[in-house]
Design a protein around this ligand. Structure first.
Ligand SMILES: Nc1ncnc2c1ncn2[C@@H]1O[C@H](COP(=O)(O)OP(=O)(O)O)[C@@H](O)[C@H]1O
Ligand SMILES: [Mg+2]
Length: 233
């Protein structure tokens, strides 16, 4: 059967609202968000602290269920996927890089990456082997270091290698340079850019920093849980 000629979104939010808590304590974190992510595109989510960026990443990644609306993966509502399909999506469809690297503290850099590869069901002898990934991010000399023995920038690079070990189609980066000085942050973003060029995943970078947002072709602004689309030049 021929595939449809129209480009299908990799992931999409359709009328997504998220409310945390209820009654007096309710917080409307997202309010009617429509967003489509195309395969391979690079997109910045720009907004102030508390605007809803992290919630939007969590909804896209299936970590938070919308209160209203639908999240789709390749045109299918996430809620219609069975447990196996959702598991596969989490294991190797979607990867996260968090603001702090969020590495497992008692595992070395190598083990952090290898563990992610194993969870994703990837063959450790494949081209994306943990040691090769850590070499790619410039950490060959630190395979046996624990997270506490790495600098902030090195930790973020391990987190990137770990995300890549999943072989993701969608990479969600939440304030990836938030804890780094500007030079180190710049180098981490250069690396993200190079890895995108090599692997061609869809990239979403949430940030409150206009300079970080300006690096990517598409800019989506988040204000009080609503998105304002638009493409930056
Ligand atoms: N688990 C939660 N419970 C209650 N409120 C939350 C929770 N997570 C986020 N919020 C609130 O939702 C709003 C959006 O937060 P968030 O998505 O973290 O924004 P951002 O990442 O842009 O800082 C904020 O008002 C925040 O305080
Ligand atoms: Mg956030």
């Amino acid at each position: 059967m021929k595939t449809a000629a129209t480009a299908e979104a990799l992931a999409a939010c359709r009328g997504v609202s998220v409310t945390y808590g209820r009654g007096e304590a309710a917080v409307h974190a997202l309010d009617g968000v429509d967003l489509e992510l195309e395969p391979r595109e690079r997109l910045a989510l720009l907004g102030r602290s508390g605007s809803g960026k992290t919630t939007l990443l969590h909804v896209l990644g299936g970590l938070v269920e919308p209160t209203l609306g639908t999240v789709e993966w390749r045109g299918r509502p996430l809620s219609s996927l069975d447990a196996a399909a959702r598991g596969a999506l989490r294991a190797h469809g979607i990867a996260y890089v968090f603001q702090g690297a969020n590495l497992l503290p008692h595992f070395t850099a190598f083990e952090n990456v290898a563990f992610a590869a194993q969870v994703a069901g990837r063959d450790l002898d494949a081209a994306l082997a943990p040691a090769a990934l850590l070499e790619l991010v410039g950490l060959s000399a630190k395979l046996d270091h624990l997270p506490s023995e790495l600098s902030g920038g090195e930790g973020q690079r391990v987190a990137l290698a770990r995300a890549l070990a999943q072989g993701p189609e969608l990479l969600l980066c939440d304030e990836p340079t938030g804890h780094l000085d500007s030079d180190t942050g710049e180098r981490v973003l250069d690396l993200v850019e190079a890895l995108h060029a090599e692997y061609g995943f869809t990239l979403v970078v949430a940030t409150h920093d206009v300079d970080v947002a300006a690096r990517w072709e598409r800019l989506v602004e988040v204000h009080d849980g609503r998105v304002v689309g638009g493409r930056a030049a």
